[in-house]
Ligand binder design. Sequence first.
Ligand SMILES: *[C@@H]1O[C@H](CO)[C@@H](O)[C@H](O)[C@H]1NC(C)=O
Ligand SMILES: *[C@@H]1O[C@H](CO)[C@@H](O)[C@H](O)[C@H]1NC(C)=O
Length: 465
Amino acid sequence: MGLTISRNRIPRRSIIRFISLIIIIIVIFQTYVSHLQSQFAFKAWGSRPATHNPKAKYNATNNDEWTQLPPTHDLERFCSSYPKRPVKKHHILISNKAKEDGPLKIFYWKQDYKVDWQKESETMCPVPLELQAFFDHYRQTKIKDPSVFWKTGYAPCFFWKTWDNQIEDRPGSCASREYGQLDFIFSTNYTDFVNADIIYTDYAFTMGIDKAPYFDQMLLPPRLAHQSWALTFYDESIGYYPHVAMPAFLNQFDLTMGSPPQLMDVPNPTYPITEKKALELANIEPTHPFDKTPEHYIAFMVTNCDAKNDRMGLIDKLVKTAGAHSYGFCSHNKEIPEELQGRDVGSWQYKKHKILASYPFGLAAENSNCLGYITEKIYDVYASGSIPVYMGAPDIADFVPEGSYIDVRNFKTYDDLIHYIKTVDREPFYRWKDIVKKDPTKFCKKCLYTGPPAWCTIMDNVHFV
Ligand SMILES: *[C@@H]1O[C@H](CO)[C@@H](O)[C@H](O)[C@H]1NC(C)=O
Ligand SMILES: *[C@@H]1O[C@H](CO)[C@@H](O)[C@H](O)[C@H]1NC(C)=O
């Protein structure tokens, strides 16, 4: 019996050897996996590889139908119904480890295209391996000049400079909702890219393509597993940059800020109005007497004669059949008065206000009819004291006082619109002023905004995990 037992018994030394071997295997395996992760790190839901495999090809297309929408011939539909955004609780997830490392690092991902690359390529800075594929791709697709040569591992120091030509990191501190004051460093140091916790970009324009897949994924940085992404987009129309509305693009970001408000985690208007400004606008008196028939009803100053909506058709009609005055390049038929000519007279906006003030109506026509895209144009007409005739965002009503403007969409034909302008009682269009004078917040539902700068919004949404 004793013999049987001893035969079945595994000697203690073997057990220790066996366990040691298992531990060694586990350690080797883990090291290998973490090596793989750092090499090809990507977030599961972003589901795309890091770009430092120079052979990798990136198609922005996935199974998402929005990446396939034709932006030009179906623009109206595209711009008037954006896909729903998932509701997120915490946006900028940062590993607890980073918290102990000192201030968080926000890296500013910037691109610019009006650059003398020959000259800028004379001063080169070192880039990490992770960014090599990006710089190769940028040079090939954006610069396209074979005489511009960047040695592997280097890129023009131009990239390192911020909007005010600064190259050094700058420290900052902002309040966060969960952790009180959080310190951060704002950096454009590409050499140190991999050490950033947050990648921030406010320049999605260079990625736009006018046919499917609509954006060039490789102009975005590689997605490293420990980094969160934040985007600001507000001053251009989805009509011109449809990719920004596409989940395939937008959902890559952990936090989005700006306009169109329908699409952004933290919405803010394209042209934010302060309460002070609202009060100012309310105090501008109508310049054209209501009981006097004007010689010319409407004027405008439009300089960009290319639009995604029928702005040019409307301008043409107003000039040809309604005696409208065009001071801008498009259908130009009227000179700026002499007393307003010259640079020292005032800004372009000041001149615009002065000019439109002589007409009961001013045309405010956006370059596209996209939800949430409301620029300065309609507010310029209020500032002149005339009544805006508006062509643009279907949700304009949320951004201006009720009953204060004429929406071109409400008319079957431009002739109907012109007839209306010539016959309508103008006085009721100014009734909002009394309401806003008492309470400036009544100016609009969604145009008021005095939020913090983007980096503070980012800090506010940090959550350590
Ligand atoms: C990208 O798209 C092109 C054209 O649709 C296709 O031929 C190619 O296989 C795609 N590449 C990848 C990596 O999916
Ligand atoms: C950028 O980062 C690298 C690596 O951390 C560092 O050596 C270099 O001094 C930094 N450059 C600037 C301008 O701060």
